[in-house]
Design a protein around this ligand. Structure first.
Ligand code: T5A
Length: 219
């Protein structure tokens, strides 16, 4: 096993995860670090097929258990074919959403009990847990406005189409998740220019992982 690290980005709709992953990869490349960019739901051939099933359900989402099993089926394929091989080869993996999305969307503000999610997580993710989770935090109104502006005239998916109260609750659920997992999660203020947020993220990644990496390589 090399010195790869697993970083996930989380947050509500339009908080800027995709935009920031692009900048993080550039900074890692400048630091000589080989990183794989991926996302959930999706990230592998099989998981991308499942992604279409989930998101193309449009306004009529699957029932909560079916939806959750689909997310975990996709995650299993993604872990097997992309995430674990990359980590085992010593690469860093930067993933746009992961299990915390299920915990927040299907658990915290959804209908599934955490005990069900814990069982699925133990079976599928097991010990391939993220080393660092960056939670991009933004008022729901700003995130939705960004997501709507980007989408233009195309239809909202079932999650984007939920009420503003759903998106506000989502933000609170992420903050609670961060509070309960301070060793792994860092909340990033996602209000500001793209460059300012990229700098905030880089500072945290450097503090949490690059220093650890240099200690390991020198040790
Ligand atoms: N889901 C997912 C679950 O319910 N359970 C699960 O287990 C998983 C894995 C996935 C949906 O599935 C749900 C959650 C989601 O609803 P998706 O299409 O992958 O759907 O959507 P998101 O992950 O939400 O991604 P988005 O593309 O909507 O948001 P991002 O990636 O956070 O935002 P980004 O970078 O695309 O930016 C959005 C817009 O804002 C602009 C960008 O240019 C872009 O136009 N922007 C800024 N504008 C101003 N200032 C800034 N600082 C900006 N940063 C970005």
């Amino acid at each position: 096993m090399g010195l790869g690290h697993f970083i996930t980005l989380e947050g509500g709709e339009g908080t800027g995860k995709s935009t920031q992953i692009h900048h993080l990869l550039e900074r890692l490349a400048d630091a000589g670090i080989d990183a794989v960019r991926t996302r959930e739901p999706g990230g592998s051939k099989g998981a991308e097929r499942i992604r279409s099933l989930i998101l193309e359900a449009g306004h009529s989402r699957f029932d909560p258990l079916t939806e959750t099993l689909l997310f975990y089926a996709a995650r299993n394929d993604h872990l097997e074919h992309v995430i674990r091989p990359a980590l085992n080869a010593g690469k860093w993996v930067i993933c746009d959403r992961f299990s915390d999305s299920t915990r927040v969307y299907q658990g915290g503000i959804g209908a599934l009990q955490y005990s069900v999610l814990d069982q699925l997580d133990a079976l599928v993710v097991h010990d391939t847990q993220p080393d660092l989770t960056l939670i991009l935090d933004l008022p729901a109104e700003i995130g939705l406005a960004r997501a709507n502006a980007r989408r233009g005239n195309s239809a909202a998916d079932g999650f984007e189409a939920e009420s503003i109260d759903f998106h506000r609750a989502l933000r609170q659920a992420y903050l609670e998740l961060a509070r309960l997992n301070p060793n792994r999660c860092v909340v990033i203020d996602a209000d500001g220019s793209v460059e300012e947020i990229a700098e905030r993220i880089w500072r945290k990644v450097s503090e949490r992982l690059l220093i650890v990496n240099s200690v390991q390589s020198n040790g």
